[in-house]
Design a protein around this ligand. Structure first.
Ligand code: SF4
Length: 713
């Protein structure tokens, strides 16, 4: 038997397979860290089909985070100005169940909220849905995926009748034209980019187009970089569509047989002439034409996008406008082609499958659909009507619910909203008003722990066995290779125990996570994400599987919609017809710059893990603000000088990085630094919560700011 345990990297949605083994000689001093903990060996899993043995710096160094700043015991305090005191699990569970019951019977179940995470394994997600949406009767479960990819979910549902990325990573190596928009793939999804870039380098005829206001490492590798003005994505996409139509690159047979609503779309794109689009996007007509020609002349076109598209007040419209291009040119349902959203978190996809957003139910069902509710109620053995017909509070709604007093209990797990939410000052003030906050996490301290009344120690990566699904619908078993430290427990075990103590003993009689998963997949039967043919044992012995994978099926499903039938009522994909609205907060004379933000290669989100890994800290020692030399000269800012950045909501300070990588009029800051890691350098002190009306995803990517150089006294 191999000494290596197969698992998955717990950082990003690429979902790279890892193999982990204990140190060869655990007692040797060099095999232990400064605190005496064994240093685990991690390597890429060559047999994992998604990553083929590759890992980036985050995956390679992940083991270092296992024993750093762990939360070991349940802790409670009566008010936020007190110190925490260690308690037993019994005492913590008693307090939590008593508070849940009090809120439930005084304010009603709608005052109970859970804010979870794409870091959850599928079993954690599922158990939480059953507890909140089923047993407690509130849909107030939302996850940090709301901030990450809910626009992609809404876009897929509206265009195809169901969620689900239709493509697979193999398409990266089969395409003729890769169209990357709103994604710095080289830094944020490094192994996806490795696969694409290697293929692109070897095949000079393959074109790569990158759309991004920054010249990122991704843009450096492109044949064509379109540095559009922030917020003009729809203008650009409609402009490309205009030219494809004008030059006769559209597939009328496919449009007639497989789609609906094309006339409305054609009417919209008629208005997006190259002259209008070039002016609006601040690019040349030649570059726009080159992009349209690359697309139109390619047999197979693959689009990739992530947060740069999703985190927008018109995020769903942007997603659908990308999909429109694929529909008008029949670039879907075949190898090397299709619209492909990249998920940020390792198991955001599992969250979608289990219904882990406030408007969803397990098995790609939606709360608003009475038949979907009835199916889940029957399966869970609930009375008809027990699942609320109202979508629950989203992440931002929970913050405003704290402000109004409508939220009586907030349970936050595996996420750090005191750094990652928009409008941080408002967020923090709201968290201070919370009558009762439970914070469940593997690490302590974090910025959010400061707002908690109860801390619950969670087992993390490598300490619990469960399933995660990556961006290409590849389902992997993440096997535990060590015990959780001290009293930490798996998230699903904590949710199940609370459920049992609330009286739902039958509902949560799971002996292990394999039983949780086995129950969950039954809810996916005959649904678009059918996983009835997948279980823990099979994943362990046969390796990862791509869904849909029905019971009894022998093969994975690499691509969706190969039969060109969609999940809409008429089987046709729907064109969405959108005019561009632009940014929710455009620049003006008082706030003349657009601030955009993003991720760096080594860091992960709010640094809960990566901030504790020396190699990554030394790669990215401090935050910065990228400013174009022309803007810097106008404001008298020199390289490395401290700059105060102000928006209508708050301010932050960053050392200047004067660079032509950013377009004039736009500035960029990384989003990783919270109050624990740097003073006054929180990107989200500046951002606003204006959201997409369909996906309710906030426009974290752009806000208007002013820049003030800070001079030493
Ligand atoms: Fe982990 Fe993503 Fe890096 Fe792969 S690309 S090793 S999943 S962080």
């Amino acid at each position: 038997m191999s000494e290596f345990t197969k698992t998955l990297c717990p950082y990003c949605g690429v979902g790279c397979g890892l193999e982990v083994s204990p140190p060869a000689q655990p007692n040797k001093a060099t095999n232990r860290d400064s605190k005496g903990n064994p240093i685990w060996r991690v390597r890429g899993d060559k047999a994992h089909p998604s990553s083929q043995g590759m890992v980036c710096v985050k995956g390679a160094t992940i083991a270092e985070s296992l024993d750093k700043n762990r939360l070991h015991y349940p802790m409670i305090r009566d008010s936020l100005d007190q110190e925490f005191r260690q308690v037993s699990w019994d005492e913590a569970f008693d307090l939590i169940t008593q508070r849940i019951q009090t809120v439930r019977f005084t304010q009603g179940p709608e005052a109970l909220c859970m804010y979870g995470s794409g870091q959850f394994q599928t079993e954690d997600y599922y158990t939480a849905q059953k507890l909140f949406k089923g047993c407690l009767g509130t849909n107030n479960f939302d996850a940090n995926s709301r901030l990450c990819m809910s626009s992609a979910v809404a876009g897929y549902i509206q265009s195809f009748g169901s969620d689900g990325p239709p493509c697979c990573y193999e398409d990266l190596e089969l395409t003729d034209c890769a169209f990357l928009i709103g994604t710095n793939t080289a830094e944020c999804h490094p192994i996806v980019f490795n696969r694409l870039e290697k293929y692109h380098r070897k095949n000079r005829k393959v074109k790569m187009i990158v759309v991004d206001p920054r010249r990122t490492p991704t843009a450096e590798a492109a044949d064509l970089h379109l540095a559009i003005r922030p917020g003009t994505d729809i203008d650009l996409l409609n402009g490309i569509a205009h030219l494809l139509m004008r030059w006769g690159y559209i597939d009328t047979l496919f449009i007639d047989d497989c789609t609906s609503n094309f006339p409305a779309y054609a009417e919209v794109i008629r208005h997006y002439s190259p002259e209008v689009v070039a002016r609006q996007c601040d690019i040349s007509i030649e570059d726009l034409e080159t992009a349209a020609r690359y697309w139109g002349e390619s047999q197979r076109v693959l689009s990739l996008w992530s947060m740069g598209v999703n985190q927008s007040s018109e995020g769903t419209a942007k997603v659908r406008t990308i999909i429109n291009l694929h529909l008008m040119t029949a670039q879907i349902g075949k190898p090397g082609a299709g619209p492909f959203s990249l998920t940020g978190q390792p198991n955001a996809m599992g969250g979608r499958e289990t219904g882990g957003l406030a408007h969803l139910l397990p098995g790609y069902r939606v709360v608003k659909n009475p038949q979907h509710r009835a199916e889940v109620e029957d399966f869970w053995g609930l009375k008809r009507g027990q699942i609320s017909p109202n979508p629950g509070l989203t992440a931002w709604d929970m913050i405003t619910g704290l402000e109004t007093g409508d939220v009586g209990l907030l349970w936050i797990a595996a996420t750090n909203p005191a750094v990652s939410m928009p409008d941080l000052e408002r967020t923090k003030k709201a968290l201070l008003r919370s009558p009762f906050t439970i914070y469940q996490d593997a690490y302590y301290p974090t910025e959010t722990a400061a707002y908690a009344h109860v801390l619950l120690p969670a087992a993390q990566w490598g300490e619990k066995t469960g399933v995660m699904t990556n961006s290409e619908r590849m389902v992997t078993l993440c096997q535990a290779f060590r015990q959780p430290p001290r009293e930490a427990k798996a998230d699903w075990e904590i949710f199940a125990e609370v459920g049992r103590r609330l009286g739902f003993t039958k509902e949560f009689a799971f002996a292990n996570s394999a039983e949780v998963y086995a129950e969950f997949v039954q809810l996916t039967g005959d649904r678009p994400c059918d996983m009835t043919g997948i279980n823990h044992e099979q994943l362990q012995y046969q390796g990862p599987i791509q869904w849909p994978h029905k019971e009894g099926s022998k093969r994975d499903t690499k691509r969706l919609y190969t039969d060109l039938r969609f999940h809409t009522s008429d089987g046709r994909a729907r064109f969405g017809a959108y005019y561009s609205k632009g940014l929710a907060e455009p620049p003006d004379p008082n706030y003349p710059f657009v601030l955009t933000n993003g991720r760096l290669y080594g860091h992960w989100h709010t640094q809960t893990r990566t901030g504790r890994i020396e190699k990554i800290r030394s790669m990215h020692p401090e935050p910065f603000i990228e400013i174009h030399p022309r803007d810097a000269a106008t404001l008298g800012i020199i390289d490395k000088q401290l700059v105060e950045v102000r928006s209508r909501r708050g301010k932050a300070n960053f050392p200047a990085k004067v660079t032509k990588a950013i377009a004039p009029g736009t500035v960029f800051v990384p989003m990783h630094w919270g109050a624990l890691w740097a003073k006054d350098a929180e990107a989200n002190a500046l951002t606003h919560p204006e959201s997409c009306p369909d996906s309710l995803q906030p426009e974290l990517k752009a806000c208007a700011v002013q820049l003030i150089p800070v001079f030493a006294e």
